[in-house]
Write a protein that binds this ligand. Structure first.
Ligand SMILES: [Mn+2]
Length: 331
């Protein structure tokens, strides 16, 4: 059995370039590779939830990417699918948005105890936390479960009230291992593991390592398979002209997004960089630093108006027709 974490299919406007969407292409390629090359013929594939990033009004072109990938797996590899519901699969008025996935496999909307080839599973969709108290034997608990102490992609540790404490969850089973979706970085705390999303959902993912898991149904052991992250993130600090020259050379003709740390921005230097840039497409993202709640007013006064300033700089770019928007958000 192959276990696949959060997909978060989406086509964010900031990745729309030249008629295609860089993010949608990356997540599609990643899922296709998993189902075509990592999955074995006839294998059962367990998805841990969060199929789409948007909870409401998912574009058809986004839905179709997932459908095409699933259909190819059904047709060419005879795969079988189990879809556990994640928090993104329930819309703002509490409706399940992925009912239609039931035509491609088994949809798990309630907590279910199942057995596959002698391995016991407790499958837990989002919000379905009511575990039977009398479970004996070895179980694999898999699903979309908030776990205290696990980190979100932005580094924030999950400590919300609805979080399960791993020890409490394990105490309801005689012997269990936990594998969950929901968190975008692969991480392990004791006997609980998060498998992570299949690509970096945004450049805010702390880890560039991506993975899926395989459970050996004979032994009930969980093995991790590293997969290529199709949304690549590289952090390059520009502190000298040599750094910039290298960036310009290595990234010539590539799509590049620059994250500007708003507390250290030097407008004159940025102007120089933008004017000399030979990269094909530049997306300037203002990063407010680690403190997400830092307002523009609270940050350094010298960067007041930096948003307008960058917009005016981009107007001088040779490829400004490809430039979409200035995004002002904390990662
Ligand atoms: Mn989630």
């Amino acid at each position: 059995m192959l276990i696949v974490g959060d997909l978060h299919f989406d086509a964010p406007a900031k990745y729309e370039v030249g008629g295609s969407n860089l993010y949608l292409d990356a997540v599609t390629e990643s899922l296709n590779n998993i189902l075509q090359y990592t999955a074995k013929k006839g294998e059962l594939v367990l998805f841990l939830g969060d199929y789409f990033e948007k909870k409401d009004k998912i574009e058809n072109r986004v839905k179709n990417r997932l459908i095409d990938a699933l259909e190819a797996g059904l047709k060419e590899k005879l795969l079988q699918y189990i879809f556990v519901v994640g928090n993104h699969d329930i819309n703002s008025i509490g409706e399940l948005t992925i009912k239609w996935l039931a035509q491609y496999g088994k949809l798990v909307t309630q907590l279910e105890i199942m057995q596959f080839q002698e391995v016991n599973f407790c499958l837990m969709p989002w919000g379905q936390w009511d575990i039977p108290s009398d479970l004996k034997g070895k179980y694999i608990i898999a699903g979309h479960i908030p776990l205290r102490g696990f980190q979100f992609g932005n580094g924030q540790v999950d400590e919300q009230d609805d979080c399960y404490i791993v020890e409490d969850l394990l105490s309801k089973f005689e012997d269990a291992e936990i594998i969950v979706g929901h968190y975008h970085n692969i991480q392990q705390h004791g006997k609980a593991m998060s498998i992570g999303s299949i690509v970096s959902v945004d450049f805010g993912d702390l880890s560039i390592n991506k993975a899926v898991a395989r459970i050996s149904l004979q032994e009930g052991k969980i093995g991790i398979i590293t997969i290529e992250n199709k949304m690549k993130k590289e952090i390059i600090n520009i502190t000298s002209d040599a750094d910039f020259e290298k960036l310009n050379k290595d990234y010539l003709d590539k799509f590049v997004r620059i994250d500007v740390a708003m507390n250290s921005v030097n407008l004159e230097r940025m102007q120089e960089i933008l004017q000399q840039s030979r990269m094909r497409w530049v997306d300037i993202n203002l990063v407010k630093g680690k403190d997400k709640n830092l307002s523009l007013e609270e940050s350094d006064n010298s960067i007041e108006g930096v948003d307008e300033y960058i917009k005016s700089m981009i107007d001088t770019q040779q490829n400004k027709e490809l430039y979409k928007e200035v995004i002002s958000e904390a990662l």
